[in-house]
Design a binder for this molecule. Structure first.
Ligand SMILES: [Zn+2]
Length: 338
């Protein structure tokens, strides 16, 4: 990773210029599942899309097990996911890494942000955050969470004698800069978010001692040389926070492609909570049919949806890579979908 060179405040779209000049040769993509259960139809679509995008650009493809939120993880689900990917022919180019084993790396990144004046300890409970909002006017909850109002910023007195519960990232740099992030999504086009208003200074290390998702993702993407993030649209909202962290740590911002979510019949996002069915992977015909379902969800050509009898996974995957490459060019301009 690069050493911090101060906080380079983004002034326009973040890094797409530099990103667009990268050749396919240094493309590196990743699939980063949380082991909260086996893959289901929705998570397989994200896995397949990231694999196809990497292969279509002659890039590397990695798998990272995002198990920082250990209480939510299910024992054995990581191995189950890796086995499912392998059964479908989606094999990473390097050994997978587990975020739960990387606490020391995240600690160093947090220390760099603290040293740069970009992270500070917070002693607030949820109740205190709500009370602070009530004193300032009308709070607007987002996903049921109130934006953090910066109560423990050093210039407001810091912890004021309370114990540190969490560590937070200053979204306004060293103070006063607007935290409006602009970026280009390969499918959705121009995006922006006022992070201070929508989220506030967000958590890097949680009150329960666990590392926050945002810090772990940014540190790992940088260290693994990930150039391209292809993931579900439900994660779109994390992107501006991750871009701010990348800027603060002086690491490159990846390109982003957020995929439409696979929805259940009632229009809800497909998930384990929703009772998404287990993937059918017994035997070659089932595996091809499972890949075909994912191809349909991704809007790939009809002939990939119901593979012909006798076709092999290697043949199917090669045709899917070709179809993906024809449809999705690398530049950051908005792409018609499907
Ligand atoms: Zn606080």
């Amino acid at each position: 990773m690069h050493s911090p060179t101060g906080y380079a405040r983004p002034t326009g779209p973040l890094a797409p210029g530099a990103a667009a000049e990268r050749s396919g040769l240094d493309y590196c993509g990743r699939f980063a599942p949380s082991p909260t259960g086996p893959l289901h139809a929705g998570s397989l679509v994200a896995a397949l899309a990231s694999w196809l995008d990497a292969r279509a650009h002659d890039g590397r493809w990695l798998v990272r097990i995002e198990d920082v939120d250990l209480p939510r993880c299910i024992a054995g689900a990581d191995r189950q996911i890796l086995g499912q990917l392998e059964a479908l022919g989606l094999v990473p180019d390097e050994a997978p890494i587990w975020q739960s084993k990387r606490g020391g790396v995240y600690a160093k990144a947090l220390q760099r942000l603290v040293d740069a004046g970009l992270a500070y300890p917070c002693g607030c409970t949820r109740a205190q955050i709500a009370a602070d909002h009530a004193g300032r006017g009308s709070p607007v909850p987002r996903h049921g969470e109130l934006a953090y109002p910066g109560s423990c910023r050093p210039e407001r007195g810091g912890l004021l004698g309370r114990a540190a519960r969490a560590w937070r990232f200053r979204v306004d740099g060293k103070g006063g800069a607007p935290a409006v992030v602009h970026w280009q999504d390969r499918r959705l086009g121009a995006q922006s978010q006022d992070v201070e208003r929508a989220v506030g200074d967000f958590v890097l290390k949680r009150a329960d001692g666990l590392w926050a998702y945002q810090l772990a993702v940014v540190v790992d993407d940088a260290e693994q040389g990930v150039t391209d993030v292809v993931r579900g649209e439900d994660l779109l909202d994390n992107t501006p926070r991750q871009l701010l962290l990348q800027s603060a740590l002086g690491v490159p911002a990846p390109r982003h492609l957020h995929l439409p979510l696979v929805r259940a019949a009632d229009g809800e996002k497909l998930s384990k909570r929703h009772g998404a069915a287990a993937l059918a992977l017994a035997g070659e015909a089932q595996r091809l049919a499972t890949l075909g379902d994912a191809a349909r969800a991704l809007g790939l050509p009809l002939e990939l949806h119901r593979p012909a009898a006798g076709s092999t996974r290697a043949d199917w995957l090669a045709r899917a890579v070709a179809a993906w490459g024809e449809r999705l060019a690398l530049p950051t301009t908005p792409t018609a979908w499907p």
